[in-house]
Design a protein around this ligand. Sequence first.
Ligand SMILES: Cc1cc2nc3c(=O)[nH]c(=O)nc-3n(C[C@H](O)[C@H](O)[C@H](O)COP(=O)(O)O)c2cc1C
Length: 336
Amino acid sequence: MEGRAASTTFATPLTRHAGIEVPLICGAMYPCSNPELVGAVSEAGGIGIVQPISLTYVHGYAFREGLRLIRRLTTKPIGMNALIEQSSRYYRRRMEEWIEVALEEGVRFFVTSLGNPKWVVERVTPVGGVVYHDVTERKWAEKGRDGGVKGLIAVNRRAGGHAGPKDPQALLDELANLGLPLVCAGGIGDADGFVGALRMGYAGAQLGTRFIATVECRAGDAYKRAIVEAAEDDIVLTERITGVPVAVIRTPYIDRLGLRAGVVARWMLQHRRGKHLMRTIYALRSLWQFKRSLHDETGRREYWQAGRSVRDIREILPAGEIVRRFADAARDLTVF
Ligand SMILES: Cc1cc2nc3c(=O)[nH]c(=O)nc-3n(C[C@H](O)[C@H](O)[C@H](O)COP(=O)(O)O)c2cc1C
């Protein structure tokens, strides 16, 4: 792989836990995480997170084969995203299998989201694995801490994907006394934003949107260009895709659809049984729709997920270059 790795003069609990040089995570992204992107971020000294459904369903690799491809791109640590929502027994079994394969292939850093991470902690800790848990507020963070996670990824209101309700400082204040390292997720598009998060007291940052507008990401050019051209105000939250608000770039297509879930869907989401069914329908439909829109150049299906960090993203760059620029900007920080 091309380019030098970044070297830092600082370490944080995240760099120690993940065994990396720069406290920077390329977050899991359905459908945007592809092996080349994950490998490039890790090779440059950050850590790329594999999204198993993206790897297998969107990019077409058998899970182990995809991990081995990344291994050919870098020998440095990579992570895996375990979405642990209790939506179905089939899905839970699938996730357990993927974790086993990841462990066999040497993955030791896991990012859990959406449920109780305890079973993942219990499985991976005895073999040297570390779990960081995505949270948007304190009650989920406490659940994660009680489940034994080693760190929390604080997803704020500026994030791409399923954003949280709080701003980065409020979330930091709310989670600060839990005794776990906190990683800032949301709204960071350039090196200044990264340094700002570290200065605030975060142990690192998890970025999504910035890494879509990279050479290695296999998203289509129209999607990447839309990120580079969008302003912060172009980001809207829509319930139409997954039933819960997702940050997307406002396009004529999104305008036509409207932002709120339909009447029937809303009614079902309010009832316990209906909610389960509706979530499953939404999950399957959104997997397909996001996959379809990844390479769309026709302008007919512009379902482009992105967060408010678009404000600071002005060019498509190699992923490793982003890691190196961030590391250079943070080099002289002595906060840790
Ligand atoms: C297109 C896209 C897809 C995402 N998919 C996932 C996912 O599958 N699992 C997950 O835990 N987080 C997901 N996220 C959240 C990211 O991992 C990360 O926390 C977030 O993008 C950080 O905010 P930023 O986009 O402002 O950098 C996604 C984000 C984006 C932009």
